[in-house]
Design a binder for this molecule. Structure first.
Ligand SMILES: [Zn+2]
Length: 376
């Protein structure tokens, strides 16, 4: 099968994160097994009771408690949902050198390129082991990759994590954290403010303090990023129940993307200090912080062999990404990780996402060369 035919087969399998990814994993398992790779299926049940699987396909070694590989090629099997009006979402279509379909860019193109690169290889020629790692639930919080990291399922020395980077190796990435902040007040008739306590005024004061935290964090810089510091955002805010009621509650989301090397909890410490200040000013101030997610970034050194190899093979200097990827979990597993793949992240997650056919072909070639250099 050509890489385009493989991509068409992958796009045809609906693997939106809300569904089970068993069908696409079965397909990938068959393709890997037929060329002699060993398989390890790692099933789990997601929060909605749906069966999900991570799959590891291994060549050049046997599975053990401490399966170690020289190189892992990592791709997530799930996609974001698609608009029902996009009738060809599950049918790879070509036009103007572009291949359209849900997941064509993010990240089935990389998976198709990985399979094609491995299939071209004589597995007997391997002197060091290689693994394909197919994960679940990346799009909804890197859940599959986090399970792999927790269970120490494999130890890769180098990991290429597939994401659309237009074939630029990305050697570092920011983390991703979210908290929900709830300010509690006391409802009262708005004609008699002294009978109540406004949660919205309380939230407003805290948000002013959060804006100052943002300026403070700008001083802690990591030059490889644009912008070179931890960014934060209050994206959603909801408070009050009616125009003539002193609001009893106000809730907002706080999202931040920490630069690698900075503790993702640093922002929560600063927030706690701001809350303590607010309490000093207003003893009635009541606030709860629910930190739902705190994912660290990753930072592979510029001198890593994998970084310099991908720079050499693609002719593209290494860069950094500001979005969350599974490279952080691969780093936790001990790997020097790089994010790399065909297609552009700017067209991902959109109706009409696509991968340029030429980049897909170039990715196969680069992966073949990387495997040859690292594993044979
Ligand atoms: Zn992706």
């Amino acid at each position: 099968m050509t890489v385009q035919q493989t991509l068409a087969a992958l796009v045809a399998i609906d693997s939106v994160s809300s569904r089970s990814n068993a069908e696409i994993v079965d397909y990938l398992a068959k393709r890997s097994e037929v060329i002699g790779m060993k398989l390890n299926r790692l099933p789990y049940t997601d929060a909605n009771g749906v069966e999900k699987l991570n799959l590891i396909a291994l060549a050049g070694a046997e599975f053990s408690d401490k399966t170690t590989v020289e190189l892992a090629l990592v791709g997530h099997t799930d996609t974001v949902p698609y608009d029902p009006d996009w009738t060809e979402a599950l049918q790879l279509t070509e036009g103007d050198g572009k291949l359209f379909g849900r997941g064509a860019c993010d990240t089935k193109a990389f998976i198709a390129a990985s399979l094609t690169a491995i299939e071209a290889l004589e597995l007997k020629s391997l002197t060091r082991p290689i693994a394909l790692i197919f994960t679940a639930d990346e799009e909804i919080g890197l859940i599959g990759a986090k399970r792999l990291a927790e269970t120490r399922a494999i130890r890769p020395r180098y990991a290429i994590v597939g994401e659309p980077t237009s074939l630029q190796p990305m050697r570092a990435g920011k983390g991703y954290c979210i908290a929900e902040v709830t300010i509690k007040g006391r409802e009262a008739h708005s004609a008699y403010p002294s009978l109540g306590s406004s949660a919205v005024f309380g939230a407003a004061n805290l948000i002013v303090a959060i804006e100052k935290i943002a300026s403070k964090l700008e001083a802690e810089q990591h030059a490889a990023f644009d912008p070179p510091y931890t960014t934060l955002n209050v994206g959603l805010l909801h408070g009050g129940s009616a125009q003539n009621v002193i609001p009893g509650a106000c809730r907002f989301t706080l999202e931040w993307r920490p630069i690698p090397g900075q503790d993702p909890m640093r922002l929560l410490d600063l927030l706690d200090q701001a809350i303590a200040e607010e309490k000093k000013r207003d003893p009635e101030f009541t606030c709860e912080v629910d930190a739902a997610r705190s994912d660290e970034g990753f930072d592979t050194s510029t001198g890593s062999r994998l970084v310099t190899l991908l720079e050499e093979l693609t002719g593209n200097a290494a860069g950094t990404v500001a979005f969350g990827t599974e490279a952080a979990q691969m780093t936790e597993l001990g790997a020097e990780a790089v994010v790399f793949g065909p297609g552009n992240i700017r067209v991902a997650h959109r109706t009409g996402e696509f991968v340029p056919a030429a980049e897909l072909d170039a990715c196969v070639k680069t992966l073949q060369q990387a495997i040859a250099r690292l594993c044979t």
